[in-house]
Design a protein around this ligand. Structure first.
Ligand code: PMP
Length: 433
């Protein structure tokens, strides 16, 4: 096969790595079938493995590199910052302010901003702040949504309609205050909020604004508006998890796209421009001030720490990346690439009469070859088009890789500003093969 003949270097490395690293890789995102590839470098729209094979890169590191990988104007600035200021100072640095300001300029409902280490951490902090501010304990989320892997939020990960844990090692009492509605279903959210009223009320409703897993179960356009209204009715805070959508959905994020005001916003990925420590929360000044450690007399404080949060390196990377994204109109360009790619894949599906489904929201593109993970999109007849026989997403992803295309888990694509007609043509040829 392709992997045995063309990926010998990867295979040798992963075999050795399995001795020293659980599963051989340090990140669960790495696709593992038939074995993980060892990547040498990422550049623009491409990835290169240690055997010198080149792939069109639609993983884009899981989403942070909207400008394309290793975007030189940002990388160069970050290298200057390291040289001139050191990657870490341990105290306040002007780049923290620059980052918070540029986020606020583009997303005015983010009045104040606090840096954190990851999207997972930011989601944890958002619910802690919401509980501190409201004095209530319960939170509501949507089945199948991903808000990182913390004890209280990993609940029902990828298992939208059951209350089973896929993730082990979490005492059940830790998720006792996490309640769940069905994807895209306002009435089920209302029911959960009503039930919670009898148990002390709801601190916050936490949603991914494009629908669970970045729109794998896409919500109606007015879904977020309706969730906002429900939150007001039940006096709960509305938290948008914009780990993926902030700056990717447009400079104003999903909140700008839908014109719906959340009380708190969770950030990750793009907020450090493809560099580490990609996380943060922002929102209303009166709520965010719970984080002002000991400064605000008479206010309840939500304690949050972090040795390396808010270091000049990550803040400068985020600041320069957002600046470039806005100046280059990167979200629109990446979105147009997503539209072209989606239309091209749809044409192939039609040409070969395949029981597959593809859809996109700008630069986030999903394709469905299995019928397992995706439970509803906007087309109500979509599942009639998918046969009972379940295809194997992993094998489909591996087949794409063998044809020069790397996707996120064989079912999602993040386009970037670095894609162009050539990469799209190359991709469509790979899909067709
Ligand atoms: N929320 C959403 C919507 C995400 O997509 C992710 C990561 N894919 C997270 C939270 C967690 O972010 P991180 O991987 O930085 O912990």
């Amino acid at each position: 096969s392709y992997f045995d003949t063309k990926c010998k270097g990867s295979k040798a490395l992963i075999e050795e790595a399995r001795k020293y690293i659980p599963g051989g890789v340090q990140h669960n995102l790495a696709f593992n079938y038939p074995f993980p590839l060892a990547i040498d470098r990422a550049e623009g729209a491409y990835l290169y493995d240690v055997d010198g094979n080149r792939y069109v890169d639609y993983l884009q590191a899981g989403g942070p590199t909207l400008l394309g990988s290793n975007y030189k104007p940002v990388t160069d600035k970050v290298l200057e910052v390291i040289k001139d200021h050191s990657p870490v100072t341990g105290l306040f640095h002007e780049y923290e302010l620059k980052l918070a300001k540029i986020i606020n300029e583009n997303m005015p409902w983010v009045e104040q901003y606090r840096c954190l280490a990851s999207g997972t951490e930011a989601d944890m902090v958002a619910i802690r702040v919401a509980r501190t501010f409201t004095g209530k304990e319960r939170i509501v989320k949507v089945g199948g949504a991903y808000h990182g892997w913390s004890d209280q939020l990993v609940y029902s990960l990828h298992i939208p309609y059951t209350k089973t844990f896929e993730a082990h090692g979490i005492p059940s009492e830790l998720s006792a205050n996490t309640t769940e509605g069905y994807p895209g279903d306002i009435e089920s959210l209302r029911k959960v909020l009503e039930e919670n009223e009898r148990a002390g009320g709801t601190a916050a409703v936490l949603i991914e604004p494009f629908g669970p897993e970045s729109g794998t179960r896409m919500a109606e356009f007015d879904y977020c508006t309706k969730v906002r209204e429900l939150c007001d009715e039940f006096d709960a805070l509305l938290i948008f998890d914009e780990v993926v959508t902030a700056f990717r959905a447009g400079p104003g994020g999903a909140q700008g796209y839908f014109n719906v005001r959340p009380d708190l916003t969770v950030f990750g990925k793009i907020v450090a421009g493809g560099f580490p420590m990609a996380g943060g929360i922002g929102g209303r000044e009166d709520i965010m001030s719970c984080l002002a450690a000991g400064v605000q007399a008479g206010k309840k404080r939500a304690y949050v720490g972090g040795t390396l949060t808010a270091n000049p390196l990550s803040c400068a990377a985020g600041y320069y990346a957002i600046k470039e994204i806005v100046e280059q109109d990167a979200a629109r360009k990446a979105g147009e690439n997503g539209d072209k790619l989606c239309a091209g894949i749809q044409k192939l599906i039609d040409k070969y009469e395949l029981p597959f489904v593809v859809w996109n929201i700008g630069s986030i593109l999903h394709f469905e070859v299995s019928g397992v993970m995706y439970l509803s999109v906007t087309d109500p007849d979509i599942f009639k088009k998918i046969p009972a026989r379940q295809h194997n997403i992993e094998k489909f992803g591996a087949a794409l890789t063998a044809n020069g295309i790397i996707t996120l888990a064989g079912s999602r694509i993040y386009t970037s500003m670095a894609d162009n007609d050539d990469t799209i043509e190359e991709t469509l040829k790979g899909f067709e093969d």
